[in-house]
Structures are given as structure tokens and as C-alpha cells.
Design a protein around this ligand. Structure first.
Ligand code: CMP
Length: 144
């Protein structure tokens, strides 16, 4: 029973582009340390200005990212959020709300940092997303 659950988890993790380069062994380890959760539409997962301790990877469903009440983006299956407050000791720069019932994985700050320390490919993808997100928030059209 437990094995089957872990296999399902590994398959779901494998589908996220972020984890594309990971070996089966690494995915199994990731499945072990990550928690898979489900929340209903409307649930706030990150709140702008609050301290954040978790990194999120969406399995199924959609979230909306807002800042000062304005929509920045929507994110869906395979995408991730919550990295900024974990990379640097800052507060959440935006609010992330489930728009549909959402299935996702959560990693603690410690496990997220370990993941990027051990996997340069994952680190690069996180940094690329970070750059894109900060450029978007800057609102400077010459950078887009
Ligand atoms: P963090 O600041 O920890 O918490 C809110 C999250 O929203 C943030 O990390 C990013 O993961 C995400 N986020 C912020 N800005 C954008 C953006 N422009 N596009 C997509 N996601 C964003």
C-alpha cells in the first residue's frame, strides 16, 4: 500500500518540468521528503508580506498570483511557486490563491535548499523563473 503511494508520488513528481533531469533514485528521495496535499478553490497558500517556509509544486489545478490586489499570473500543473522567500530571507512578495481544487507538493525550506544544492539543473530552472518573475513585477517593458 505504502509502496504504491510512493510510486504514484514519484510519477507525479516526474511530470513536473522542474524535476526533468532527476534520476529515479532522486525522485524517490524527493517523494520521501515532500508532502502531497489537496485544498479547495479559494485557499490562500502564500500571503504577500508574510513569512514563508514552504515551496510548492502544482500537480493538478490552477493558482492565481496577485500583488497589491492586481493579478500577476496564473500557474498550473507542473509549475512551482514560493521560491523567493526561501532563497532569500524575505517575506512573500505576492499572494498565491487556489483558483480550482488544487493538488500539490510541499517542500520545507530545508529540503528545498538541499534540492537545489544537490541539483544544478533544478537550481538553474528556479533561477530562470525567478528572473522572469522579477522582470514582470518590475513592470519595465524594455526587459520583457
Ligand atoms: P514568494 O515570494 O516566496 O511567495 C509568493 C510567490 O509568488 C513568489 O515566491 C513566486 O513564487 C510567485 N510569484 C511572484 N511573482 C510572480 C510572477 N510575476 N509570476 C509568477 N509567479 C510569481
Amino acid at each position: 500500500m505504502k509502496l504504491f503511494r510512493q510510486d504514484t508520488k514519484v510519477d507525479a513528481l516526474r511530470r513536473a518540468t522542474l524535476f526533468e533531469g532527476l534520476s529515479r533514485k532522486q525522485l524517490v528521495q524527493l517523494a520521501r521528503v515532500s508532502e502531497d496535499l489537496e485544498v479547495p478553490a479559494g485557499k490562500v497558500l502564500c500571503k504577500e508580506g508574510e513569512v514563508g517556509q514552504e515551496f510548492f509544486v502544482i500537480v493538478d489545478g490552477e493558482v492565481e498570483v496577485t500583488k497589491n490586489g492586481k493579478r500577476l499570473a496564473t500557474r498550473a500543473g507542473g509549475e512551482f511557486f514560493g521560491e523567493i522567500a526561501l532563497l532569500e530571507q524575505t517575506r512573500r512578495m505576492a499572494t498565491v490563491t487556489a483558483q480550482t481544487p488544487l493538488r500539490f507538493f510541499v517542500l520545507t525550506r530545508r529540503d528545498f535548499r538541499q534540492l537545489i544544492r544537490d541539483n544544478p539543473g533544478v537550481e538553474l530552472k528556479v533561477l530562470q523563473a525567478l528572473a522572469r518573475r522579477l522582470i514582470q513585477v518590475s513592470g519595465d517593458p524594455t526587459l520583457a
